[in-house]
Design a protein around this ligand. Structure first.
Ligand code: ATP
Ligand code: MG
Length: 671
């Protein structure tokens, strides 16, 4: 039986190493657990380390790469980057293998440490997988793929539920040098087919069915439909999740059966630092998803480092990121960050409200989770319910509460901090993107131990230099400024290209503001130099010359005790240029009439921001259109507000298309 603790052996230098500077001299220290955590999570030296990471990235990253990663052949040059042409090249000529870094080196030291705790959909049930077991599974899978013709550089499409075999599949690809393309196993056949085609994948790995929230999802049937549109697919491997009797065609192979015939050993493929590790499609909040391509060494190093220092991970901790592996958050903080550190990572297969809204906290109690990383959409959903759903479970193991994906409004932040964390935990609002590969802005690590500010992602991670530019591309210096959030200088984990469309990559990220990476988000730098993400730049509303971030107005609306969630968009207005249209959803037991609510909400916004920001139209919506990763799709709301129902753009990433019909109907009643 596996122990429920992580690595217990003496801390090893490669994963515990952190910079220590003294009198201008840089050196690595192997620190004791206690000293390490103090230095890492809250460090009086943060400012000094940060400064050096920006001034001398070559030294900073070079030393980290040689000590934290295991190389087959050392690199000869640290970086060759040019932001003018979107060029990022790190750790040149180096050879390594990502699966070896995530598995073998831990197995050699502590084979029975738990790598994964699979929190299954069925309430109260979990399974543990040790590093030894995960390596065996990975090798058998790697051999299976190899023996079915998968070679270095090939793309493999993964359409699986959150389960250990899915993680092993990702690692098996990296072991043999194939690139994985994980597609969230909730996407439609059409969305799946377009990703298989775009990636040119010849192999698809799926399951008979998935289970989420007690419902079964016919994954194999979706794959059959998708594959019928993709003539290039040669093999479909089918894992058994529920044991359902699914029809097997000529291309289909039982995954477990194929694996059982394979050896549990598989030599690793030496990969160049810059070879492709995976491609992953963005969430599609703003348009057609982009196939973001990531590298091997730079990505691995960055997720390895941020995992430890943003979350204050210490050996023995149980870390839980509840994202699906189909999103970048799952890639970086369920799989690569934790496993490269030898940590214990929880794989959450279910949803926050199954069987009831206490699911997360019951899991925290049962598994004794130390760091919990979730999304604002789930927090806003849970705060609709009685606090008892949280309070009845023991959450004393928790130290850090993370969030990612969207701006977290003040109301949700306080609920997370006070109700869930009992003001005892550190809330880390982490800003990053599929394209950045890892966390770029977060309250930790930091130089001070104070409670982070609500709504502020706060400060850049080592090596990340955020800049704010005005619409003309002029840099805004000093504090108390807001503008387009861009990044100066390369960071090892940044996307290398949009798969098969380098032009789109350059146009999207490097041409708007030459010399910088443009994030597409707006941000404010406050008097203390801390960053607050104000939303997508495209979502900024311009009312009679006032430029307003949607997050600010939504924040005011969310303060109303009956409002669960809100989304604000602009719509064409004859006099003001743009008017404000707010969509709000109500908490479970709200009794207020829509008329009273509208009056009270307008008053609230006038008081908190100013009368110019009061919404013209307020729709009490049946729900909000969201991507399958839970983000509000404001572009659809904008179209509805502008009466453009006919052309809603790419809706393939919409989680519940029926919501759109509901809001269109409500809209028609209002105008
Ligand atoms: P697409 O690029 O296809 O439109 P997307 O941008 O939603 O989709 P992701 O890469 O999953 O795809 O999301 C990154 C975006 O999520 C960021 O650009 C930002 O707008 C938002 N985001 C992520 N974390 C935060 C955060 N902590 N605070 C505010 N916004 C965040
Ligand atoms: Mg994006």
């Amino acid at each position: 039986m596996a122990t429920l603790r992580g690595l217990r052996t003496t801390p090893q230098c490669f994963s515990r190493a952190i910079f220590h500077y003294s009198k201008g001299q840089k050196r690595f220290l192997c620190l004791s657990k206690q000293a390490n955590s103090q230095l890492a999570f809250v460090s009086s030296e943060y400012n000094e380390i940060y400064k050096r990471s920006i001034e001398d990235p070559d030294k900073f990253w070079g030393e980290l790469a040689s000590t934290r990663l295991q190389w087959i052949k050392p690199f000869t040059e640290v970086m060759d980057c040019d932001m003018n042409v979107g060029k990022h090249r790190w750790f040149m000529d180096g050879l390594l293998n990502v699966s070896e870094n995530c598995l073998d080196r831990h197995v050699n030291r502590s084979p029975e440490s738990v790598a994964l705790i699979w929190e299954k959909d069925e309430p109260g049930t979990h399974e543990t997988v040790t590093y030894r077991e995960l390596l065996k599974m990975t090798c058998q899978l790697a051999n299976t793929l190899k023996n079915h013709g998968v070679k270095k550089g090939d793309r493999v499409c993964i359409y699986l539920p959150n389960c250990p075999l899915a993680v092993a599949t990702m690692l098996a690809c990296s072991r043999i040098g194939a690139a994985h393309n994980v597609v969230f196993a909730g996407f439609s056949a059409e969305a799946l087919a377009s990703r298989i085609t775009d990636a040119g994948a010849e192999v698809v790995i799926t399951a008979d069915q998935g289970v989420r929230g007690g419902k079964t999802i016919d994954l194999k049937r979706t794959v059959d439909e998708a594959v019928s549109k993709c003539s290039g697919v040669r093999h479909v491997f089918v894992m058994s999740r529920t044991g359902a009797d699914v029809p097997m065609g000529k291309k289909d192979i039982s995954l477990e059966k194929a694996m059982s015939e394979e050896s549990a050993e598989c030599a690793v493929e030496p990969m160049n630092s810059e070879d492709m590790l995976f491609l992953l499609y963005t969430s599609g909040s703003t348009g057609k998803p982009k196939g973001i391509q990531h590298s091997q060494a730079g990505y691995l190093l960055y997720t390895n480092l941020t995992f430890q220092h943003v979350f204050g991970y210490e050996p023995g901790d149980i870390f839980s990121c509840v994202a699906d592996i189909g999103w970048i958050t799952g890639h970086s903080y369920v799989v690569y960050g934790p496993l490269s550190n030898g940590a214990t990572s929880v794989l959450f297969e279910s949803i926050p409200t199954y069987p009831d809204p206490g699911r997360y906290w019951e899991t925290v109690q049962r598994l004794k989770i130390n760091q919990f990383y979730g999304a604002p959409t789930a927090i806003r959903l849970l705060l609709k319910y009685e606090v008892d759903w949280v309070k009845k479970y023991d959450r004393s193991s928790l130290r850090v509460l993370g969030t990612v994906g969207e701006p977290i409004n003040a109301d949700a932040w306080h609920w997370y901090n006070e109700v869930v964390g009992e003001k005892r935990c550190t809330v880390v609002d982490t800003w990053w993107q599929t394209e950045t590969g890892g966390i770029f802005i977060a309250p930790r690590p930091s130089a001070d131990n104070s409670t982070p500010k609500p709504e502020f992602a706060t400060r850049p991670f080592f090596g990340v230099e955020p800049v704010l530019l005005d619409s003309e591309g002029v840099e805004l210096h000093g504090n108390n400024v807001s503008g387009n959030l861009c990044i100066r200088g390369s960071v090892p984990s940044m996307a290398r290209t949009v798969y098969g469309d380098h032009r789109r990559y350059l146009e999207t990220y490097y041409t708007t503001f030459p010399g910088y990476y443009f994030t597409g988000d707006g941000a404010l730098r406050d008097k203390d130099g801390h960053y607050r993400i104000t939303g997508r730049v495209d979502d900024v509303i311009n009312i009679s010359g006032h430029r307003l971030g949607t997050a600010e107005i939504e924040d005011a609306l969310d303060n109303h005790p009956d409002v669960a969630e809100s989304a604000v968009v602009g719509f064409p207005h004859d006099i003001k240029g743009e008017g404000i249209y707010a969509y709000v959803t109500l908490k479970e037991h709200a009794l207020i009439t829509p008329e009273d609510l509208r009056l009270q909400l307008k008053k609230l916004v006038k008081k908190e921001i100013g009368s110019f920001a009061a919404p013209e139209i307020i729709q009490v919506a049946p729900g909000l259109p969201k991507t399958r990763s839970g983000k509000i799709m404001r572009r659809i709301l904008r179209k509805v507000a502008a009466n453009e129902f006919e052309d809603l753009g790419d809706v393939s990433t919409l989680a519940e298309p029926s919501v759109v019909e509901g809001i269109v109907n409500e809209h028609k009643k209002l105008i």
